[in-house]
Ligand binder design. Sequence first.
Ligand SMILES: NC(=O)C1=CN([C@@H]2O[C@H](COP(=O)(O)OP(=O)(O)OC[C@H]3O[C@@H](n4cnc5c(N)ncnc54)[C@H](O)[C@@H]3O)[C@@H](O)[C@H]2O)C=CC1
Ligand SMILES: O=C(O)[C@@H]1CCC=N1
Length: 289
Amino acid sequence: MPAASNSPTGARSRVPGLDNAIAFIGGGNMARSLIGGLVSRGRPATAIRVAEPVAALRDALQQDFGVHCAEHASAAAEGADVWVLAVKPQVMREVCTALLPLAQARRPLVVSIAAGITTAQLERWLGGDLPVVRAMPNTPALLGAGITGLFANARTDAAQRADADELLQAVGPTVWIDDEATMDAVTAVSGSGPAYVFLLAEAMQAAGVAQGLSPDAARALVQQTLLGASTMLVEQSEPADVLRARVTSPGGTTQAAIETFEAGGFRELVDRAIAAATERGRQLSAAND
Ligand SMILES: NC(=O)C1=CN([C@@H]2O[C@H](COP(=O)(O)OP(=O)(O)OC[C@H]3O[C@@H](n4cnc5c(N)ncnc54)[C@H](O)[C@@H]3O)[C@@H](O)[C@H]2O)C=CC1
Ligand SMILES: O=C(O)[C@@H]1CCC=N1
């Protein structure tokens, strides 16, 4: 897997944010995060359209970002050269099938953020012969602190890869993936990953309260500990095991906790959880074909 990249291969000379109109098909949580990132990075709201059947979500997007919203996918997709498919995997086939005539007439760059759904499925459902990029962002995108794994099918040229890269970099760094089969692992690690950290936060808070801390104190201690440890992981060059060793005094408190985690099969549990999420991605593809 290549390292996180700020310069996709073959990027053409371009004016960031001013190239193409973008249509979001689906205006839910992830679309909202991406739109917020794009607008805050200076992409004109007039160049962003959103298709969203829920009126309250349309109103909120229109009011918060000034983007044009429509009820039906084709109304947003018309006139856009980049389509971001941000609906659930379970409705993706139906959404694509409805867009097939327009996709064939317009030949947009298609960027899907759906878990599991493959570029071959999307291309087939949209009538074939289209550049398709499969992207997997995550919810910290809302704060511009996301990370996105990206895979492009063979019909996607360097300029289109650069467009997709720029789009997702509005909410954090990107990592290009060479083998699409591993996109389900990207989903399992970073797409779903924020939820694992939130689960750890819940468990640490509850355990702190069980040891006598007030809920407020436990929450504050856990929040800043996770933030501080994450910042160390990102900003210091040492790997996680070295940082962990520095906290773990021989015979001290941390060692007592780490030994308890290890004895309880913590690593195997994480391995099984990520394997289950990866497998679920494959199932989402097969079940919605
Ligand atoms: N929530 C997360 O952490 C992440 C989600 N994803 C993927 O992003 C996609 C969207 O997920 P969320 O934003 O969380 O879900 P969401 O449910 O908040 O958003 C999906 C939106 O699509 C709309 N929709 C349904 N049918 C439609 C149609 N025919 N045309 C246009 N819009 C339609 C729904 O009304 C809804 O607002 C999913 O495929 C998911 O796998 C990817 C990365 C992270
Ligand atoms: O749970 C899911 O299926 C989606 C994809 C990654 C995060 N949420």
